[in-house]
Design a binder for this molecule. Structure first.
Ligand code: GTP
Ligand code: MG
Length: 316
């Protein structure tokens, strides 16, 4: 019997010829890891192979990729290298354990004008601060799905910190995504940019809006959730691989099922709830005050604090 060829690349997978491999790569599925984590029927649709063939290719990709086990002690060492970006408010930093963490996805949800975007601008500035002063000396990738990025606000916030406003803007890589495909692709292709520009923070404002707009109705919900899941999964991989922070914003919808308390729930359902490492709920209060509630964290107790959104940025 002929010995099976070692699987080193997508082309080596059973049933995947050169043309199919090229189609996969064009669709952003360009590594064995990505094939290994793909969903059979989606792969089948994407490149026009049968679901059975897709299953075989995925299984082979899974077998060919290695799993790296590490001890608790090794993992602890990695935790020690985790960086934190200050939000600009000491109270909020304390609430979340020192700032927005690297290796993690931080989600902020809330109604319109609750301050989610303003906080994202502040993080763009603060990520560039020196280590020990609330920053990570890194650049930022800003994916804007709502057209609400305001460079002049960033400049204002940078000036207030005594930083060079143009230099600060120069370290923010901006992408305006108009479709979920563009949004997904921006993240799929981010590896090179991240290493070249020393990106330490990825912002997606908003993570869910385009998914919500494109996948309408009950029938589309399953597909939407699956796409969203893959997208978030990819964000988590980047966060781990490059020790960077991910900040995403999310809208809320009215939940008439809740009779007592706040009848709003974040978009994205279980997928979002499980994917975000830390979840914050922002509410508008009087004048420039905003209430921030920590609703989910792996190592901090739930709690609340008040921050201010001022012309100079986020403060206590
Ligand atoms: P959506 O994206 O609509 O869901 O809302 P959001 O949560 O992103 O709200 P955003 O962060 O855009 O907050 C808008 C609010 O921030 C405004 O209503 C103002 O109260 C405040 N704000 C926006 N720009 C400025 C500014 O230049 N100076 C000050 N002081 N406040 C501002
Ligand atoms: Mg916004």
């Amino acid at each position: 019997m002929p010995k099976e060829k070692a699987i080193k690349d997508i082309e080596d997978l059973p049933g995947i010829g050169e043309a199919t491999a090229a189609k996969l790569k064009a669709a952003g599925i360009d590594t064995l890891d990505k094939v290994a984590t793909a969903v059979p029927h989606e792969l089948s649709e994407l490149v026009g192979i049968s679901v059975e063939s897709a299953k075989k290719a995925i299984a082979a990709a899974q077998e060919s990729t290695t799993v790296n086990y590490e001890t608790g002690a090794e993992f602890y060492d990695k935790r020690v290298s985790i960086g934190k970006i200050s939000t600009g408010s000491k109270d909020l930093d304390e609430l979340i354990g020192g700032g927005i963490e690297t290796n993690a996805i931080t989600e902020v949800y809330g109604k319109f004008a609750s301050g989610k975007t303003q906080l994202s601008f502040q993080l763009c500035v603060n990520a560039q601060l020196p280590k020990g002063k609330g920053g990570l000396e890194g650049s930022v990738l800003f994916v804007d799905t709502e057209g609400t990025f305001r460079p002049e606000r960033l400049k204002e916030m940078a000036k207030a910190k005594g930083m060079d406003p143009d230099a600060v803007l120069g370290n923010v890589m901006y992408v305006r995504a108009q479709t979920t495909d563009q949004q997904i692709l921006t993240i799929e292709r981010a590896d090179k940019l991240i290493t070249e520009k020393n990106i330490k923070l990825i912002i997606i404002d908003s993570l869910t809006a385009l998914f919500r707009a494109e996948y309408i109705g009950r029938g589309a919900l399953g597909e939407r959730q699956q796409k969203l899941n893959q997208h978030i999964h990819r964000l988590q991989i980047l966060a781990d691989k490059y020790n960077l922070a991910v900040y995403v914003t999310n809208q809320v919808m009215d939940n008439p099922g809740i009779l007592f308390g706040d009848p709003t729930t974040p978009i994205g359902g279980n997928i979002m709830a499980h994917a975000a490492t830390t979840r914050l709920y922002m509410r508008k209060s009087k004048e420039d005050k905003r209430i921030v509630r920590l609703t989910d964290s792996p190592n901090m107790p739930d709690g609340e604090c008040i921050i201010k959104v001022t012309p100079e940025g986020v403060k206590d």
